[in-house]
Structures are given as C-alpha cells and as structure tokens.
Ligand binder design. Structure first.
Ligand code: TMP
Length: 209
C-alpha cells in the first residue's frame, strides 16, 4: 500500500488555517482521498495535555528554551501516535501547523537557533518533514482583525505578542518558502474562501494520485 501524503498548513494568526484545513479535507474526500485533520501543538492525547501548558498562563510562563522543548515533546508524541500510523495505512494527513511554526515562532521571532530546533526534531520526530507545506499569507492587519473578531482580544500566549514578533513570524515563513520552494508554497489567503481552497489544491496537484 502506498504511504499517505503529509501536508502541513502554516501561517500567522487569523490567516484562516483551521477553516482551510477542513475545506481541503472535504475537497480531497470528493476525489476519493481519505485525509485525517490534525493540529499542533496537540493532535494526540499527550500532545493536547502539553498544548494546555503552552497556550495558557502568563506570557513569560516558559523560558524560550523550555518552550521549544515542550513543542518538540508534543510533536514527538503526535508523530509517533497519530501521524506515522495514519501515513502507514495510506491516509493523507493534513496538519494545522508543524515544525515550521517552531522555526518561525521560537526560532526567527523567539531567538532560538534553527539548527538546534532541527536537531530536536531529528531526535524527537525522526526529522519527519511534510511532503508539502502550504503557508496562508494575509496582510498582518487583516490577520490581526480576524483573530480579534474570533478571540475578542483574549488571545493565547502567542497571539498577544507585539507587532514586531508577528512581522518576524511572517517574514520567516516567506524565507522558508524561498529556501525550500519544492516543499513550502506561499498562498495569498486574503481572497475569498473558495479561491483559497482551489489555490491550496492546485499546490498539491503533483502529489495527487
Ligand atoms: P493556533 O494553532 O490556534 O494558531 O495556536 C497555536 C499557537 O502556538 C500559535 O500562536 C502559534 C504557536 N506555536 C508556536 O509558537 N510554535 C509551534 O511549534 C506551534 C505548533 C505553534
């Protein structure tokens, strides 16, 4: 049986990732492709417990290094318990955020060395990389307004960081797309939802059976 495909969806706050991940799963299902939808941090029982530690509490609850280790630990559990087993039985996996979020948020915006993040990933998750990473790109002001409408200003420990932090995150994703154009694709997510879903599917064309 062919291994399933692993697709991660990335982007800043309010880019519409969770909506588009669901829509993409429905679109793939209509083409006979069974996909599981999952998310990070979280996606397995252990990783969801770590998510609560990471998302709630004071902004400085964790040191930058501690936070990076927690994301890596959550991911290791998620990969071993959910992602690899699904790929192994031929399912596609659509994951709302993955390693590139750690490289953007803890790495570029948070000051942790990219090589250290990748070394943790090699140890925790055997260095698993998505077959394709789709980055939903919206102007910062649009993303901030959407996130505010959704959370009513009560964002998590990351959403509440300042403009400079989030501009660094956005720039990081663009840099990853330039560095790895085969894997990482930028999608203009400021358009209507149907257009964005069609654009996501188009970026998966070469992976479809
Ligand atoms: P979200 O998925 O609802 O956007 O919330 C997850 C938050 O966690 C988001 O602000 C980005 C942040 N995050 C990191 O900082 N590093 C990571 O590795 C992941 C997966 C998420």
């Amino acid at each position: 049986m062919a291994r399933g495909r692993f697709v991660s969806i990335e982007g800043g706050e309010g880019a519409g990732k969770s909506t588009q991940v669901r829509r993409l799963a429905t679109t793939l299902a209509a083409r006979g492709i069974e996909a599981i939808v999952t998310r990070e941090p979280g996606g397995s029982e252990g990783a969801e417990a770590i998510r609560a530690l990471l998302m709630q509490g004071a902004i400085n609850r964790w040191s930058a290094h501690g936070e990076t280790l927690l994301f890596a630990a959550a991911r290791a559990d998620h990969v071993e318990k959910v992602i690899q087993p699904a790929l192994g039985i031929g399912r596609w996996v659509l994951c709302d955020r993955f390693i590139d979020s750690t490289r953007a948020y803890q790495g570029v915006a948070g000051g942790i060395d990219d090589a250290a993040i990748l070394a943790l990933h090699a140890f925790g998750s055997r260095g698993l990389l998505p077959d394709r990473t789709l980055v939903l790109d919206v102007p910062r002001a649009v993303g901030a307004a959407r996130a505010l409408a959704r959370d009513g200003g009560a964002g998590d420990r990351f959403a509440v960081r300042g403009t400079v932090f989030h501009d660094d995150v956005a720039a990081a994703f663009r840099r990853f797309a330039s560095a790895e154009p085969d894997r990482v694709r930028m999608i203009d997510a400021g358009r209507d939802v149907d257009t964005v879903t069609a654009a996501l599917l188009a970026e998966l064309a070469d992976l479809l059976p």
